[in-house]
Design a protein around this ligand. Sequence first.
Ligand code: ADP
Ligand code: MG
Length: 754
Amino acid sequence: MTCGSCAARVEGALQAVDGVGASRVNLATETASVIATPAGVDPADLLAAVREAGYEAESVEVGAALELDRGRDQQLVGQRGVLAQAIGLALPVVGLQHLAPLLFAGPAGGRPWWSIVQAVICTALLCLRPGRQILGGGLRAARHRSPNMDLLVSIGVAVAFVSSLVALVAGTGTYYFEAAALIVAFITLGRYFETRARREASGAVAALARRLPQTATRLHDGQPETVPVSDIRVGDHVRVAQDTLVPVDGRVLTGSAAVDESAITGESVPRSRGPGDPVRAGGVVREGMITVEATAVGEASAVGRILRAVEDAQAGKTRMQRIADRVAGVFVPIVIALALATFIGWVVAGWIDPGQDGAGIGWALRCAVAVLVIACPCAMGLATPTAVLVATGTAAGRGILVRDAAALEAAGQVNVILLDKTGTLTAGQAQVQEVWDEPVGPITTEAGAVLEWAASAEQFSQHPLARAIVAKARESNLKLRDVGEFANEPGLGVRATIDGHEVLVGSRALLAQHEVDFSTVQARADQMSADGQTVTLLAIDGVCAGVIGLLDTPRPGASRAVDHLTRLGIEPVMITGDQAATATAVAASVGIEEVHAEMLPESKLAQVRRRQEAGQRVAFVGDGINDAPALTGADVGIAFATGTDVAVESADITLLRDDLSLVAEAIELARRSVRIMKENLFWAFFYNMVAIPLAAFGVVRPGLAAAAMMASSISVVLNSLRLREKEGQNGKTAERQENAQASAQSAGAAGGQR
Ligand code: ADP
Ligand code: MG
């Protein structure tokens, strides 16, 4: 694909296949993806449809970024050869055009010898790879009736070349060999730069893909053997030596090591990992050696999922780009019509006033060729996809996963942000502060019984308070009871049956909802609340049996993160299921003024809707099951990867590192991306608006037209590259990681050989 109209063309072809609900094609990554209807779709049909439309296609797996990247390397080398040919042959043509008449005496007009030499060189240029690439593309486009940039350029080159040949035979003396040669040379030059820039743009993802090593050391009956990573299955035991990449997600069986997972989470400090600890594919063992039991491999591993997510995001399109592509799709036929009109216009003008300067068929042809060449809509096709490509890659490098292009666009427009409290503003590492186990119920008279029952009921909940209670019980060496039934009551607590008893653990609202009287503990609970603790009540068989006070402190850096948001002009609002007293205390400590407490999942969503109706663009940051509706309903849902699965699935942006400052960073990056997309689109359209009339009126020669056209698309790609990490900031770290990782790779390979 060479331009936006190619992308539109392929998209249309895929859309027309039976069983395709929607299709999207990305020019920048040269990938397409479809969403199938329930009827299903045969991938072979998709490939056939693309071929039918005149393009090549193959299906790719996750991690395709890496393959594409390698492909681009080869492409680049090949393209360099083509470029050398193009320049080598175009230069003499241009030289002869301008120098020969000065240096040699020859017939004025008519058929000078150098024009014949030009014709020969030009023929060679068109028959060799530079010409074949362009004319071949044009022919294919014509055969499949899919007008695109290749077609425009091919018509331009062909018209210039053939008309000059005819003139040479007739000896009439207006030759455009120079124009034909220059167009071919500039288009080839442009392609080369574009390939290079695209390669750079996808660098971040490729770096991530390189985190999946190709081989691993598997233990077979205790004996190490080197196998391709794709052969590793869940349950296999894998040995990871010092300075090598962890090939799978898994759990450490033996050994201990410092594992650096910075490439995946952006967390730069290596963590020490011993038996029982989880490790993730893509981490590097910095010190020590571990044996790991694989729990997820390849596509299912953390880094595999990240790759898939980023690739998905890059395949998507912004609303802006969809409009631009539609324009580009109708653009080519319009340009051909305009070129024709230019030609006819000049011919007619010549008839009317033959004495006029520059009149004649030759001049008319020249202007028409310039229109064809200058008007290629390739910059339009690249305007936002390249920005999305660079932005999502950069974001992933910092531990920010953006679901799709639309999410990036929406995040750039946010002006109010609703933050959940527990697990989002607070560390999510709540601590049990006190357990009040006065013998209020018949069952919990023994010491530790309140904690034991509460923890038993909570053991299947992912809620931060639940985790804290379970952790405390484990710490106190309590044995958890078996649970019969279990249910989450989002925003309230949990319900479980244990040893035939009906157990509730959660807020006052939960107990109230189940009509459990808790007046016996009311005074104690109020006092805990006043101390800033989150009160959790335990009820067994409809009787309140104990109170647990938890202290849930704000994350380190929470107030700085909130401050950063405010500076971006975004209004921070806290929205929590917790009690007003606790909520207000936390809000005050991080600098949030507006607080909504005791919010159930639906009321969180209602808050989002209310603000959207007021015309605001809402981001919601949450971690829990109870946040899922609000995360989905908000313009942008943001969740921590450590949050509940439901929250992560509902979110548009997932933060891989447990750091609230990423929220503002994500929004800042998105804003810059949106700005760059707008600039790109503006320049792409503006360029065509100005360039076409200039070409039509003969101000711009065909050769210069080709140069201008390529400059416009290259400038768009370069502008997008500004979204990369700035050197000196994270760029340096990324570089360092790259180096470390390269040495890790080679060390790994050496280890394998041994
Ligand atoms: P936030 O909206 O601040 O994240 P949640 O909506 O998750 O808070 O929870 C609101 C309140 O519900 C908590 O303060 C707690 O009292 C109670 N709660 C929710 N889930 C649980 C649970 N699993 N165990 C104990 N209490 C819970
Ligand atoms: Mg929460």
